[in-house]
Design a protein around this ligand. Structure first.
Ligand SMILES: Nc1nc2c(ncn2[C@@H]2O[C@H](COP(=O)(O)OP(=O)(O)OP(=O)(O)O)[C@@H](O)[C@H]2O)c(=O)[nH]1
Length: 690
């Protein structure tokens, strides 16, 4: 069977925003108006169609990104819901990776918020074409002009209004469409399904005309012919304006800005029109790059059914029917029943069943095409970020890189039955979310879970309890420290032991030096001649690795260290891989001690928003947490404090901030970088962990 929608009629897009700006509500309305959802589920009633998991409904935040297919104006829309919470920016990046465009939703009463900025920068990183929707125009304090200004000042981007609001706050009625120069108002009783054109209100005519000129000038700036005609006094027609707006979005020259109120059912349909008119189809995006596995050469896969099949798994979700693996097909055709190659794991996967997710039902499908987002059921070895492809044309598509976790917590099962279930469940969670890790402490034997923040781990524990019915006790969350060295050194070590007949002998000489930041641990052999035969290298590496995972200061992973084996000696009879492992371990331990080892801690970028009267208190408190204040700023009548604070001093901050400001101040934080721990603090950490 052939495809029903041409590739140029696809819009794979996401909705990105600061937490609570209204992504879920907007997505709900989109699904309702585009006919796939039959009932509007209000978020505050906990019935949102996109919020599948209980946890999300209770907390009112969207954790998982779900992909939903719907249709508008003859186009096929695949909506990827991106989470907005700071602890889950990793999920945002993951979704941004597979979508072609995005709608950035702002809360019009708040303007550009910290997380708006974060997701915007991620959008920049992946060159995601964007349009902006200023939501919540009905809310007290809603201010469209301020949003426009915020985009300029806080995001450093060029906004161009293509709509103006008619009224604001409780008077918000509709929009002026600056492209068509028409007013649009919504009929309240139809839940916003009915809307009609009206004359532009008299008090807005002048403002609308000025805004239209601004929009047109931004457009003709992108096209010489249109510019010449405009300078000669000829206004571009509607089709030309739309073509140039599309060009602006695809090239990032500027960002069209719209407004509305998803909650009050206004403005959503024109926003969908803009998705269709201005956001890219897969054909407008550069071909995805990859590595041809057979030749090892760089290659790219164009968006086309005729190319060999390649797809990227971007999200795993546990579901009552098994694991759903959400994949974006970049090239080729996928048929049910075929066997795919997972080139990252080197495993075959059979596609037994595949489904298309709609708002409230799933459709079993037998084939899918380039540009589609499908969920495969029952894959065994595939993890987030893996490539699946035609086994005869193996390729590895751009791999996603995930940041290292900064926080960890011991977890133990309550009973013996829980023990077995916990292992299985944790493995599943780690497979679904690459920023969540599970390890075992080599000394205590405890299971340790690691993640991006307190809330991230809280939610995993919650999922364990509810979804997997595992009862657990958890320890206090701990900072994921690291260790590194500041000085280069050499170490020569001989391991010799004689027990009865056979003995053990190995001599190694290492050069140890600080590596570049974020390079982890790097080992190489610089042996010339055969003073250490190759067969012992695995032993050497094993010995080194055991020290690298548990450093000399307090047992934390050692990073940014280069070790070179430069000399050594062996014995015909007494040498073995084990002897070299023992020698290397002891040598590195001693070497690191000599190389001025230091402890590193994660430093978080913190932004507090507080009313003026608590500013002094907030700054004083951040200082007492070893925070470095980077600056303060004013937003509306609120004060913004930017600071860099060690994660170790941020536990429980939310409660302190609340009580200090009578609940009025708020904050967001995200990992910024690792930094050396001051020596007095390092001693305390050492006492605690060593
Ligand atoms: N007044 C007003 N409230 C809105 C509007 N859109 C959403 N809300 C409310 O704002 C709150 C947050 O909306 P959500 O749709 O859950 O926001 P979200 O961005 O998906 O939130 P997260 O998934 O938690 O990041 C809910 O209580 C909504 O009812 C709007 O247009 N006007």
């Amino acid at each position: 069977m052939a495809r029903t929608y041409a590739l140029e009629d696809y819009r794979n897009f996401g909705i990105m925003a600061h937490i609570d700006a209204g992504k879920t509500t907007t997505t709900e309305r989109v699904l309702y108006y585009s006919g796939k959802s039959h009932k509007i589920g209000e978020v505050h009633e906990g019935a949102a169609t996109m919020d599948w998991m209980e946890q999300e409904q209770e907390r009112g935040i969207t954790i998982t990104s779900a992909a939903t297919t719907t249709f508008w104006n003859g186009k096929r829309l695949n909506i990827i819901d991106t989470p907005g919470h700071v602890d889950f920016t990793i999920e945002v990046e993951r979704s941004l990776r597979v979508l072609d465009g995005a709608v950035c939703v702002l809360d019009s009463s708040q303007g550009v918020e910290p997380q708006t900025e974060t997701v915007w920068r991620q959008g920049d990183k992946y060159n995601v074409p964007r349009v902006v929707f200023c939501n919540k125009m009905d809310k007290v304090g809603a201010d469209f002009d301020r949003c426009i200004n915020d985009i300029k000042v806080r995001l450093g981007a060029k906004p161009v209004a293509i709509q103006l609001p008619i009224g604001a706050e409780s008077d918000f009625k509709g929009i002026v469409d600056l492209v068509r120069m028409k007013g649009v108002v919504w009929a309240d009783e139809s839940l916003g399904a009915k809307f009609s054109d009206v004359e532009i209100p008299a008090n807005l005519v002048e403002k609308a005309e000025a805004a239209r000129i601004e929009m047109i000038e931004a457009c003709v700036d992108l096209d010489e012919t249109a510019m010449e005609q405009y300078l000669e006094g000829e206004m571009p027609d509607e089709a030309t304006i739309k073509r140039l707006l599309r060009k602006a979005v695809l090239t990032g020259a500027f960002y069209p800005v719209m407004c509305g109120s998803a909650f009050k059912n206004k403005g959503v349909q024109p926003m969908l029109d803009a998705v269709v008119d201005y956001l890219p189809s897969p054909l407008d995006r550069p071909a995805i790059k990859g590595i041809d596995v057979k030749s090892g050469e760089e290659t790219d896969r164009k968006s086309s059914d005729a190319e060999p099949l390649s797809m990227l798994a971007f999200k795993l979700m546990d579901d009552q029917y098994g694991v759903l693996t959400f994949c974006r097909i970049y090239s080729g055709r996928l048929e049910k029943g075929v066997t795919l190659l997972n080139t990252v794991r080197e495993k075959n996967e059979r596609v037994g069943r595949m489904v298309l997710m709609h708002a409230n039902n799933r459709e079993d499908i037998t084939e899918a095409f380039a540009g589609d987002i499908v969920a495969l059921v029952g894959l065994k070895d595939t993890r987030t970020g893996d490539t699946l492809c035609d086994p005869s044309k193996p390729v590895i598509l751009e791999k996603m890189v995930f940041p290292e976790p900064v926080i960890e917590m011991a977890i133990e099962p309550k009973t013996k039955t829980d023990q077995e279930k916990m292992g299985v469940a944790l493995a599943k969670l780690a497979a679904e979310d690459p920023s969540f890790r599970v390890t075992t402490d080599s000394e205590s034997g405890q299971t340790i879970i690691k993640g991006m923040g307190e809330l991230h781990l809280d939610i995993k524990v919650d999922i364990l309890k509810r979804t997997h019915k595992v009862e657990v006790n958890v320890g206090a969350p701990q900072v994921a420290y690291r260790e590194t060295i500041r000085r280069a050194t050499e170490i020569d070590y001989t391991h010799k032991k004689q027990t009865g007949g056979t003995g053990q002998f190995a001599r190694v000489k290492f050069q140890i030096e600080p590596g570049e930041p974020n390079t982890g641990f790097h080992f190489e052999s610089k042996i010339i001649g055969g003073s250490v035969p190759k067969e012992y290298f695995p032993g050497v590496e094993k010995g080194l690795n055991s020290v690298m995972t548990s450093g000399p200061i307090a047992g934390f992973p050692v990073v940014d260290v280069k070790v070179a084996l430069i000399d050594g000696a062996y014995h015909e009879v007494d040498s073995s891989a084990i002897a070299f492992e023992i020698a290397s371990r002891a040598a590195l331990r001693e070497g690191l001690q000599k190389a001025n080892p230091v402890l590193l801690e994660p430093i978080m970028k913190v932004e507090c928003v507080t009313p003026e009267e608590y500013l002094g208190g907030v700054i004083g408190d951040l200082n007492s947490r070893r925070g470095q204040i980077a600056g303060t700023d004013t937003r509306g009548n609120a004060q913004i404090v930017n600071a860099m604070v060690p994660l170790a001093n941020m536990f429980g901050y939310v409660n302190t901030l609340r009580s200090m400001s009578q609940g009025r101040a708020s904050y967001t934080m995200q990992f910024d970088h690792y930094e050396e721990v001051p020596s007095n603090v390092a001693q305390e950490v050492q006492k605690k962990f060593a």
